[in-house]
Design a protein around this ligand. Structure first.
Ligand code: SAH
Length: 456
């Protein structure tokens, strides 16, 4: 049987992809169905057929999975932010553990690594401390929200307020919406690259309550910026810092390189555990501060420090993991490519009274080979790279250096598995993998992995 576009079928869903789509088969031909869950029987209409797979639209659930639950968000189906709201929270955690196991065995080929169950949150709502919302529409009727799935149409969640974001961020978004209309602020049009306001970013320190607001603009300045400052700060006194970020490029990258501070302090602060951190607009800071502490404590445990070791914290951001490690290490070197983040890291060490850490600005894959050539060796290395994983030059230098442990923190199980495979082929053994749920209701999963040197 040839699978036909627009034809309808009843199929069984026997698997799920890593981004949460249901997978079924029609005469052995693979069909992906958004919103369907493993174990379900569904009625679908084929909306796309390629050589190797088809895509079906879910029309009716004939037999529902016990794991199915009602999504809490009114725009869940259209919005590209969440992807697992139709699964119970318990089932999401199981899904994430399985995703990690699958990557570790299929890509990593690590049959013996122990993958623990994903550590979830007690209350997985309003967990995000950061929003980055695209702005579209017109000054009279701005659209502020999230990109729809697979598109750049902006889904405006309006006064319903996004259930995974901090509430203050929603309040600030509404203030900016009024500001745009009241002052007729022109909105950036991606297609023609005209107009000013592109994105709104907010970041809230969960422990301190301090808020930073960044307006990303396609211009050198924002009209009525004094009014903006007044309208925001008088309504939300927790706002400690407001920036304009200049991004005049035709790009999907949200933030430009240049920041102009228009109100308050350069940074906001937050605590993770007992450490206080300054955060600049361009610096990376984990979005789920509650689970971050769980993650970092796991990384610290896996590092197995006794107080004397030299430790590298690579991709260190503002030095958060470095400070966690410093207490139990002889010396910590942090390496990070974003200069502002390194500045934050230095200040953070100083203000927390930590003096056995040193931060270096640069790419890990350039800095570490140089340090190694200069005779600096680590006993334990922690890496926490972005989604694309570690550059092979870095992994090679680590293998040459022979630290006794490598702790790999990752937000992408497939590049994690690729890099673990490399280390496994070069004298390291994956001991255990701990997934941590930093991003409830989405398919994303964070992991911390312990690799140990195989003693000859
Ligand atoms: N460990 C930190 C940051 C992790 S995010 C934390 O938990 O907060 C990854 C970081 O790697 C970001 O700060 C990013 O700027 C940085 N980065 C990206 N590519 C890099 C590279 N090639 N070398 C060093 N740092 C890099």
């Amino acid at each position: 049987m040839v699978v036909q576009k627009n034809a309808e079928y009843d199929i069984e869903i026997d698997g799920m992809t890593h981004d949460g789509l249901g997978v079924g088969r029609i005469d052995n031909f693979t069909v992906f169905v958004e919103g369907a869950i493993k174990g379900e029987k569904v009625h679908i209409k084929i909306i796309k057929v390629t050589k190797s797979y088809a895509v079906g639209k879910l029309l009716e659930i004939l037999e529902a999975s016990p794991q199915r639950t009602e999504p809490f968000c009114p725009v869940y189906k259209r919005c590209g932010g969440c992807s697992l709201q139709h699964l119970s929270y318990e089932a999401q955690l199981e899904f994430k553990t399985n995703t990690v196991k699958d990557n570790i065995t299929r890509i990593g080929k690590l049959e013996n690594a122990v993958v623990h169950n994903t550590i979830g949150m007690e209350e997985p709502l309003r967990y995000r401390n950061k929003t980055q919302l695209p702005v579209a529409g017109t000054p009279a009727k701005p659209l502020i929200g999230f990109f729809a799935k697979r598109s750049h149409d902006v889904i405006d969640i309006g006064s319903a307020s996004c259930g995974i974001q901090d509430e203050l961020s929603s309040e600030i978004t509404e203030l900016i919406r009024n500001f745009i209309s009241k002052h007729g602020i022109s909105i950036y049009d991606e297609k023609n690259q005209v107009g000013i306001l592109r994105h709104i970013m907010t970041r809230v320190g969960f422990k301190t309550g301090e808020v930073m607001v960044v307006l990303v603009i396609n211009a050198r300045d924002l009209p009525a910026r004094k009014a903006l400052v007044k309208e925001l700060t008088s309504a939300v006194p927790q706002i400690k810092s407001i920036y304009l970020n200049i991004n005049t490029k035709n790009t999907n990258v949200i933030l430009g390189e240049k920041n102009i501070k228009i109100f308050g302090s350069d940074t906001i602060t937050d605590y993770i555990g007992k450490y206080k951190f300054h955060i600049s607009p361009l610096s990376f800071y984990q979005v789920n501060p509650i689970q971050t502490e769980v993650l970092y404590n796991k990384a610290l445990e896996y590092a197995g420090l006794t107080g004397t070791e030299t430790v590298f914290d690579l991709y260190c951001g503002i030095g958060t993991i470095s400070l966690f490690l410093s207490e139990k290490a002889g010396k910590v070197y942090g390496v990070e490519v974003v200069e502002d983040a390194v500045k934050d890291a230095k200040r953070n060490a100083e203000e927390n009274g930590v003096n056995n850490v040193e931060f270096i600005a640069g790419e890990a894959e350039t800095v570490i080979p140089e340090m190694y050539a200069n005779g600096i060796r680590a006993d334990v290395v922690v890496v926490d790279p972005p989604r694309k994983g570690c550059d092979e030059r870095l992994l090679k230098t680590l293998v040459d250096m022979q630290p006794k442990r490598i702790v790999y923190v990752s937000c992408n199980p497939s590049t994690l598995a690729r890099d673990l495979h490399y280390l496994d082929q070069n004298g390291y053994r994956a001991v255990e993998v701990q997934p941590v749920d930093m991003f409830p209701w989405t398919h994303h999963v964070e992991c911390v992995t312990l690799m140990s040197k195989v003693e000859k």
